[in-house]
Write a protein that binds this ligand. Structure first.
Ligand SMILES: Nc1nc2c(ncn2[C@@H]2O[C@H](COP(=O)(O)OP(=O)(O)OP(=O)(O)O)[C@@H](O)[C@H]2O)c(=O)[nH]1
Length: 605
């Protein structure tokens, strides 16, 4: 075939949140008339409703643009969107791998932030050509010359001829398009070699099944051809092949450097994982493209429906979510207090929040989530290793030799007036100081190592409020470290309530145990007998409070001998009892437990 790679440019846009990535993408689509202005709604690339509302990008959509440059030639520009959040780092790195270049967008007023650096480093690692774009130059507070210097000093790339842009006002867009054509190399690849195409995203569509976004690296892929997905070893026939313009538009063939999609009767995205390599079934490549990785959840929690009858719906909904998001895992779980639910694993807190919100919005399921947990490694005295994210699966305290928990390296960019507060917070969160440097006379980069468990509780919110939103945060996983952790159980009437057990540092056990016991005491209705509520480590009780007894006599109001009325009241009481959860001899309405978790959640958000 005659395949012209010289006029293809594959690029992505990387930026810190809110620096204007989506707005710039919109302007590029307009300027290349990929979407005419009449159909242009703002931020067309953010497809999910939730993304548009939250202003965050979750799913990637590659778009093909055509642009006639000043040299008179027509170029194909493939813009590959990347998710901006650390929860999706692996997806980011795969979409970067599908490009030769990146626009690094930096806000002209705010300057370089934590995610600017993290994303730029990832692009440098992938060997991409980076074009700095200084956006929002229309702002009165814009300081483009200083920001250029920041990019050079902190990111370490030449920014002397950075594009100066106002995406909002559409200024400097042509310069950006020209820079893409001049600076970003055209793709390399051998059209005669065996097919190798990278899957950098896959989405599930109700009508079409799975649609994989692919970047062809070597060889050609044809409609109707048989292909093998190398990580799973499965074979499929290519039903449809095409490009996004941005609507799906079928083609017969894609060659090296091309970005497009395939549809091949794939039932679930777990069969078409991001990072996998597609090759020809007849003439397979010897080696897959580098970097396939099975992403593992790092944060787990229980999801319980508020209405018991919603359990089957919740299972259906989770299955549907999983069709579209293979990083979600779940398994049934029962809890004496909460009834039937699911233990679910996520890539991070944002990922968890999104799943929860989608369950409620798209599937109408009202649910509560238990406190999130990380994955612990517990070495027992007999040498065996227990890897668990469930406090209830922890070995007995006497059997434990060592507990290790995941740590992250957190980088915070913060104005220097807030440095003291941020350092204090990091210390309180059991952080180890790593480094601090001034990136400008007013701004500081602080690096700490923290336990992930501390980070996921409320670190983001605390930092945002301590610094009035001026800090930016990024983190990466750095592995497991031994910690002095304990499991705290909560007992009601002498019985452990599984769903409320939690893992925390030894020094925090009393404080957190006390808070939980006090809250339960306020929530649980009084019973006919005294009910002790306790927090305990192993057999040792560390906090105890009692709920005073109350005699609830439903017949008290019935004077005289109206037998039918009495019977009715007793019936009603029996009905009520059915909804009760029995913890030992204590009956507690399930709502009380759900209310407990709800307030825990609210406290966090
Ligand atoms: N003044 C000004 N505002 C801009 C400009 N470009 C974008 N904005 C505004 O900045 C805000 C963030 O822009 P987005 O394009 O949503 O930023 P983003 O980087 O895509 O954000 P995420 O999708 O959350 O990563 C929006 O309110 C835009 O209207 C610009 O050139 N000038």
């Amino acid at each position: 075939m005659d395949w012209n790679m010289a006029n293809i440019r594959n690029f992505c846009i990387i930026a810190h949140v809110d620096h204007g990535k989506s707005t710039l993408a919109d302007r590029l689509l307009e300027a290349t008339m990929t979407i005419d202005a009449r159909n242009m709604r703002e931020q067309v690339l953010d497809t999910l409703e939730l993304e548009r509302e939250r202003g965050i990008t979750i799913k990637l959509v590659p778009v093909q643009m055509k642009y006639r440059a000043d040299d008179g030639q027509e170029y194909i520009l493939n813009l590959i969107d990347t998710p901006g959040h650390v929860d999706f780092t692996y997806e980011v790195s795969r979409s970067l791998a599908a490009c030769e270049g990146a626009l690094l967008v930096v806000d002209a007023a705010q300057g370089v932030e934590a995610q600017t650096v993290a994303n730029a480093y990832m692009a440098v690692d992938q060997g991409l050509e980076i074009i700095p774009v200084i956006n929002k130059i229309d702002l009165p507070s814009a300081r483009p010359e200083e920001v250029k210097k920041e990019i050079e000093d902190i990111v370490g790339i030449d920014a002397s001829d950075a594009c100066l842009v106002s995406a909002k006002e559409g200024k400097g867009i042509k310069e950006v398009l020209n820079a893409i054509i001049e600076k970003i190399p055209s793709p390399k690849g051998d059209p005669k070699a065996p097919l190798r195409a990278l899957i950098f995203d896959s989405i599930y569509n109700n009508y079409r099944g799975v649609i994989c976004s692919i970047r062809v690296v070597d060889g050609v892929i044809n409609k109707g051809q048989n292909v093998t997905f190398m990580a799973t070893g499965r074979n499929y026939q290519v039903e449809e092949l095409g490009v996004f313009k941005p609507d799906m538009s079928p083609v017969e063939q894609l060659g090296p450097g091309a970005v497009g999609y395939i549809i091949a009767n794939i039932k679930s995205v777990s069969e078409a994982r991001v990072g996998d390599t597609i090759t020809s079934a007849e003439r397979p490549a010897e080696k897959p493209l580098p970097g396939y990785q099975n992403v593992k959840p790092v944060v787990y929690c229980g999801f319980y429906p508020m209405e018991r009858d919603d359990y089957p719906n919740l299972r259906d909904a989770l299955e549907k979510l999983q069709l579209n998001d293979s990083a979600i895992v779940f398994e049934p779980e029962t809890s004496a207090a909460l009834g039937f639910g699911f233990r679910c694993g996520f890539l991070g807190l944002l990922h968890m929040d999104i799943a929860k919100e989608r369950l409620s919005r798209e599937f109408g399921i009202d649910l509560v989530a238990t406190l999130p947990n990380v994955v612990y490694q517990v070495t027992k005295k007999d040498g065996t290793l227990v890897v668990t994210h469930k406090p209830s699966d922890f070995p007995e305290i006497g059997d434990i030799e060592e507990i290790r928990e995941p740590y992250i390296k957190v980088t915070v960019f913060v104005p220097n007036e807030f440095v003291g507060k941020v350092m204090q917070l990091c210390q309180d969160k059991r952080g180890n100081y790593i480094s601090m440097d001034y990136i400008t006379p007013e701004r500081v980069r602080l690096v700490y190592e923290l336990p992930l468990a501390e980070f996921i509780i409320d670190f983001h919110d605390k930092i945002k409020s301590l610094t009035r939103g001026f800090a930016s945060i990024d983190y990466e996983h750095v592995g497991y470290k031994a910690s002095d952790l304990v499991k705290v159980d909560i007992l009601i009437g002498g019985e452990v309530v599984d769903a409320f057990s939690f893992i925390c540092h030894k020094d925090e056990a009393y404080h957190r145990g006390h808070a939980a016991v006090k809250k339960l005491k306020d929530i649980i209705p009084r019973q006919l007998f005294e009910v002790p509520i306790q927090a305990a480590i192993g057999k040792r009780v560390i906090v105890r409070m009692n709920i005073k007894p109350l005699r609830k006599d439903v017949l008290a109001k019935c004077y005289g001998g109206d037998v039918t009325r009495k019977r009715k009241l007793l019936e009603k009481q029996k009905e009520g009892k059915k909804k009760m959860k029995q913890i030992g001899k204590v009956s507690i309405p399930q709502e009380a437990f759900l209310a407990f978790l709800k307030t825990e959640e609210e406290k966090q958000s």
